[in-house]
Structures are given as structure tokens and as C-alpha cells.
Design a protein around this ligand. Structure first.
Ligand code: HEM
Length: 258
């Protein structure tokens, strides 16, 4: 989450910075779905379902002992629930969950989901975050995730026996609070970056970067990872056709502008 929010916050620096970061992620090529499912989706789903089980079966004693740490436990469960809903919707909204055609054509796209195109990263993100209901949803979701992580580290430290004494727990509270505040700042920066980006200007920059990145071998060529219809290629139906388009030499007769 720290890496993810920092990557997204890099959009505040420039469209180019964010696009380069997304290219770096997508340079894994065919291995990317394995990394996503093995290290992100499945662990998160596991954590989500175990969390719901605990939230449903755990017994809160906050009404008997209304101390701050008990209230933190209640908040932990509520933010966990918000984070679960946020993540299920967020990954559907931008990624689409699955990338096979039947799913995209019959489910994700008709529902207005799977909006993020990695080779048009900033412009598609900015368009996906273009309305206030989505913006508010993201702000609440990001802050809930940040609280859940920062406070969750504190409770995990107790479970693992890292801070047992009252003094150690107090020190850990301070460290987790600083971590949470800093991460919230990065999260809001990521959110803000997506809101203030002009998608039209961003798309122009992305379309300039794309042929250079493919030619340099930084990313594998993929028409599907671009805004559709692909604005830089005449007939984008087949990735092989697009490859030929990119490889076409420039017309030597065409006058060059200085
Ligand atoms: C304003 C804040 C956020 C922005 C702008 C943002 C943006 C994005 C983008 C652009 C993607 C890529 C979709 C794709 O690969 O097709 C993505 C995926 C994802 N995001 Fe976020 N995100 C934000 C907050 C969060 C938070 C708080 C979490 C919590 C853990 C999160 C978890 C994920 C996950 C699990 C994925 C799917 C991973 C993947 O595609 O490989 N995001 N997000």
C-alpha cells in the first residue's frame, strides 16, 4: 500500500513520472498477472475474508469499557469493512479484476468498469476519477485503508509480543500514529494528483512516450493497454498490426518541420 500510494502520488510531480512508474510495473509482461494474483489479490482476499469472520464472530467490549484502545478496536473493524468494500470496487473500477475478453465485454465494460489503461496511465486515471461521487468514495476508502493499516500494525505488534508493557505500547502508539499521518498525507496526495490532472494534456504526453518506450524495449507492445480506439495507430484491432504500424519507416518525402 505504501508503494502503491507513493507511485500514484508521483502523478503530482508530472504525467511523465507516473507513466514511467507504470511502465516499470508493466515491464514484468506475462509475469504480471501471476504477481498480481499471487502477491496482491489472493493475500488481500484471504485477509478480507478472515477479517469479516473475526468482525462477525469477535465480541466487542467497548460498551463495558469505553477506553480509547477499545474504541480503536471498533474503528479497526469498521475501517476493515470499508476497506474491503473499497478494494473490491476499486480494483473492479480501474483494473476490472480479470482481463479476458468475455468478462471485459459482457461484464466490466457495460458496467463502466476496468477504466485504467496502463499505457495511458494518468489520462485514464483522471477520467475514471472525473466525478465527485467517485472522488468522495476514493477519499473515504483511502483514509479507511490507512487507518486500518496503521492501527492494525499496532494490534499486530501486541499479538506477536513485540510491545507488551504499557510503556512499550505507548511508544508503539506514537510510532504508528506518525506512520499513519504520513501515509494519509501520501494517500491524499495520490487522490489529489488524480483530480487535478488534465486528461487531454496527459494523453498527448502519453502518446508521445509510448512509441519511444516500446522501441527502447522498456515495455512489451500492447494495444489493449492503451485508450480505445488507440489514438496513435490507424487500425488497432490486432496487436501484430499495431507492431507493424510502429515499425513503419517515416516517409522520406514528407517535409520536416524544424
Ligand atoms: C487515491 C488513491 C488511489 C489511487 C489513485 C489508486 C490507483 C490505482 C491504479 C491506477 C491501479 C491500477 C489498475 C490496473 O493495474 O489496471 C490500482 C490498482 C490497485 N489498487 Fe489502487 N489506488 C488508490 C488507493 C488504493 C488503496 C488505498 C489501496 C489499498 C490497499 C489500493 C489497492 C489497489 C489494488 C490491490 C490494486 C490492484 C493491483 C493491480 O492492479 O496490480 N489502491 N490502483
Amino acid at each position: 500500500m505504501v508503494v502503491h500510494l507513493a507511485t500514484n502520488a508521483s502523478l503530482l510531480n508530472s504525467v511523465e513520472t507516473f507513466q514511467r512508474a507504470v511502465y516499470a510495473i508493466h515491464s514484468f509482461g506475462m509475469a504480471l498477472p501471476l504477481i498480481e494474483w499471487g502477491f496482491i489479490f489472493l493475500p488481500l482476499l484471504f485477509h478480507g475474508f478472515v477479517g469479516v469472520w473475526i468482525a462477525v464472530n469477535g465480541r466487542s467490549n467497548t460498551s463495558n469499557y469505553p477506553y480509547i484502545n477499545n474504541r480503536r478496536y471498533t474503528w479497526q473493524r469498521w475501517t476493515g469493512l470499508i476497506a474491503l468494500v473499497f478494494l473490491l470496487v476499486h480494483v473492479f473500477h480501474l483494473h476490472g479484476w480479470f482481463h479476458f475478453h468475455v468478462w471485459l465485454d459482457l461484464v466490466a465494460h457495460p458496467l463502466g468498469m476496468a477504466n485504467f489503461k496502463p499505457y495511458n496511465a494518468a489520462s485514464t486515471l483522471a477520467r475514471a476519477m472525473g466525478s465527485w461521487p467517485w472522488r468522495i468514495f476514493y477519499l473515504i476508502g483511502v483514509l479507511a485503508c490507512v487507518y486500518h493499516l496503521a492501527n492494525g500494525l499496532w494490534t499486530a505488534g501486541i499479538t506477536w509480543g513485540l510491545w507488551i508493557s504499557a510503556a512499550a505500547q505507548e511508544r508503539a502508539t506514537k510510532i504508528c500514529t506518525v506512520f499513519g499521518v504520513l501515509l494519509a498525507f501520501v494517500g491524499v496526495a495520490a487522490w489529489w494528483g488524480a483530480i487535478v490532472t488534465d486528461p487531454v494534456k496527459a494523453e498527448t504526453i502519453e502518446n508521445r512516450m509510448y512509441p519511444a518506450a516500446v522501441e527502447a524495449g522498456a515495455v512489451p507492445l500492447s494495444v489493449e493497454k492503451r485508450t480505445q480506439p488507440d489514438p496513435t495507430v490507424e487500425a488497432p484491432a490486432d496487436p501484430d498490426d499495431a507492431a507493424e504500424e510502429l515499425e513503419k519507416p517515416e516517409d522520406p518525402e514528407e517535409p520536416k518541420t524544424p
